[in-house]
Design a protein around this ligand. Sequence first.
Ligand SMILES: Nc1ncnc2c1ncn2[C@@H]1O[C@H](COP(=O)(O)OP(=O)(O)OP(=O)(O)O)[C@@H](O)[C@H]1O
Length: 342
Amino acid sequence: MNPTLDQLRRCSVAFDIGAARTRVYLRNTGLVVDEPSVVAVDIRTGALIAVGARAEQMAGRTPEHIRVVRPVSNGTIVDIAMAQRMLKHLLGDKLRKSWRRASMVRAAVCMPNGSDPLAQRAATETLFGLGARRVELVDTLISAAVGCGMPVEHPEATMIVVCGAGTTQIAVLSLGSIVAAETVPVGGDAIDHAVVQHLRSQHELMLPSQSVRPLHHVLGTVGPTLDSTEVYGRDVVSGLARTVMVETDGVRHAMRTPLTAVLDAIGTVLRRCPPDLVADLADRGIMLAGGSALMPGLDAMLRHATGIPVTIAERPDVCAVQGLGAMIEGRVRPMALAPLSA
Ligand SMILES: Nc1ncnc2c1ncn2[C@@H]1O[C@H](COP(=O)(O)OP(=O)(O)OP(=O)(O)O)[C@@H](O)[C@H]1O
């Protein structure tokens, strides 16, 4: 894990294979794939019916013989064969063209911080199956920090929180390395699940997945409110469509419950850092990345709970693969500490 910049410069393609989305960056081309990590399969024949956005649209709407599969869970490839088929389809002949030009086919891939050897092996095997001869594994926290344009090589602390679909990774970086990091199995999906469960138990309402996002904004409100909001769904008992008025305080409380694990992990990371670095963070703040950084109110909630300024990355959802792309293109200043020449 964590190869040198020289090793990365020999790679022609960068992957970020997440639980929610798969992103691929080709050297000298840019982002060529940004699609949901979803495959629809005909279980009678084993044939692929759809991949990416089309397969995601089918979820929850398929006849019995079609199964919608997610080959990645919590940042780990859990079905290597399916992940390979998905990537082959998403890439088409883009990879073949690029790899025909390269003498030795090398790929770089983001791995969640603290991923175990089995997860690393699964990522490597998946890319070997696509034709790679060598695979470099890079910590997502480093590539996301680079992709956000953070000055990670400076002797000052920078804190990044990457909130994805299944996990949130938190790190303080200085001099190009991770000083302290934590990963918690809570991301946007757990927050959405908490809202769905709240409406089910408190209002006997089943919420369609597209109705969760409009409720996210309540996360950022501070202090108790008497506001309520109209929510449309299906009655749990009768199965009929109905609309209910929901107190925003209850929804906010439900969303914040899984996020306490993220706040605890931020506290743990700060406690493990030397005081000088923590002092830097009071000025520089936290950089929020990952797709869930787009959740309105998450930044305000973190700012309020930690007392540290929070900035959302410019393209929070793609910054990890963009950072890895910058590394394979050699657009990154050396980060490792090299000995001074005498
Ligand atoms: N505009 C938005 N508003 C709210 N949530 C969003 C928005 N866009 C994306 N998300 C959430 O971001 C999450 C996906 O983030 P991201 O693409 O970083 O995941 P991933 O890298 O595939 O996941 P992981 O890092 O856990 O493997 C999903 O939970 C999704 O609901």
